[in-house]
Design a protein around this ligand. Structure first.
Ligand code: PMP
Length: 404
């Protein structure tokens, strides 16, 4: 298939060719059942065994402790913007029936467009209870953009919030928390206000960095969620990692006055049904399973972490070289730059279109930035190889030398 291009798209995004070829066979005949994966019962023993292996592959590679359930659902990250609010407000109601609903504050850390969108949904569902614990735009170069992660002492958390929310990697803005815990641009895990039990009501949107490197303080999270369609599979599968005290009886909470929760959004329902409460997305789960098997064969998360670091360093170095010649301009402040989505501008009138057209001519697509921020966005998810990255870097160097 020589017609495949190098796809730097932000999601859905490129998948390994070997996986797609295997999946094509599975579409006709899943695991020698004689039935294709899009046709077989989700309660067949073959699929039930497959989905529990997908869970095991995530659990072992990410080191998910037994305190946390791994759940599969649909509806993407966007559905989780609503589900985390409903489940964790119900949990808070059961934990603290003595508080008034106005006291059930939800703290949001805004570092980009996706955390902002999640905050707006919390406001829809929870009104004034949705609180901004940090707005990174205040610390931006222009005062209005998301281009940084602020230092730890800028956060203002509420003492007893129902949830503390952050987005690990902001796909549109190219802002990501540092994996180095001593960096001021890391997530401030150590200063979060704890519950009486010592637990944290911490929710992380890991949609666009899931399975690209280890998750810091994973075991302290209440909920981690991620759509599959960046690093591990096609759209249609959402992975949840939920601490078991967050699998709450939402009907018991509703009896006390909490908002009733649709059953398919209830984490307890999903867990009790072992992710088969309703028909799951069999084909996306299948392809994701194949990707995770391949990841394991290649050396798991450590392999992809090292690869991801190298790819990002190469592209940022090319951006900086272009900056020195006045051809490119990076958008994100140092220390907050995403490994997954590199954002920069091409300076000069018509230059951005020339950059995109030239890239397409040599077989590289998906580089146009999100319509809300413009510029170029290079997405470097797991299936983008180092050779693909080198080809882009060569093209960037060539573009700079021709433009300057
Ligand atoms: N969060 C992040 C960080 C994302 O990148 C996206 C999608 N690009 C979403 C949430 C929304 O996910 P979905 O489109 O799967 O609902």
């Amino acid at each position: 298939t020589t017609s495949r291009v190098i796809n730097f798209g932000a999601g859905p995004s490129t998948l390994p060719q070997s996986v797609l070829e295997k999946a094509a066979q599975g579409l006709l005949n899943f695991e020698d059942t004689g039935i294709g994966i899009a046709e077989i019962s989700h309660r067949s023993k073959e699929f039930v065994a497959f989905i529990s292996n997908v869970e095991a592959l995530i659990r072992s590679q990410l080191n998910v402790p037994p305190t946390h359930s791994i759940l599969f659902t649909q509806g993407g990250g966007t559905t989780q913007f609503s589900a985390v609010v409903l489940n964790l407000l119900a949990r808070h109601k059961l934990l603290h029936p003595e508080l008034t609903d106005d006291e059930r504050v939800m703290d949001y850390v805004l570092t980009g467009s996706w955390s902002k969108k999640a905050f707006l949904e919390a406001k829809r569902l929870g009104g004034a209870r949705a609180n901004i614990a940090l707005d990174a735009r205040k610390y931006s170069k222009d005062g209005v953009s998301f281009d940084n992660v602020p230092p730890h002492d800028e956060y203002a958390f509420s003492p007893a919030s129902a949830l503390i929310y952050y987005c690990e990697n902001e796909t549109i803005d190219g802002v990501q928390f540092s994996p180095d815990p001593s960096a001021q641009t890391s997530f401030p895990f150590t200063i979060l206000p704890r519950e009486r039990s010592g637990l944290l009501p911490l929710v992380g949107d890991h949609s666009s960095s899931f399975m690209s490197r280890p998750i810091p303080h994973l075991s302290e999270h209440a909920v981690i969620f991620a759509g599959a369609q960046k690093n591990i599979g096609p759209a249609g599968l959402t992975v949840l990692i939920v601490r078991q005290d967050c699998l709450v009886d939402v009907d018991a909470a509703a009896k006390l006055g909490a908002t009733p929760v649709p059953l398919c959004l209830s984490y307890k329902t999903l867990a009790e049904g072992r992710s088969l409460y309703n028909t799951p997305s069999l084909l996306p789960i299948y392809i994701t399973g194949l990707v995770l098997e391949r990841m394991q064969e290649l050396g798991g998360l450590a392999y992809f972490e090292a690869l991801g670091r190298r790819k990002a360093e190469k592209v940022y170095a090319a951006v900086r070289a272009g900056e020195e010649r006045g051809v490119f301009q990076g958008k994100v402040q140092a220390g907050s730059c995403s490994w997954m989505n590199v954002i920069f501008n091409v300076l000069g009138s018509g230059a951005e279109s020339r950059f995109l057209a030239g890239a397409e001519k040599v077989g590289m697509k998906g580089l146009k930035g999100h319509r809300s921020v413009g510029g170029i966005r290079v997405s470097l998810y797991n299936a983008v190889t180092e050779a693909d990255t080198d080809k882009l870097v060569d093209y960037m160097k060539e573009f700079v030398s021709e433009a300057s």
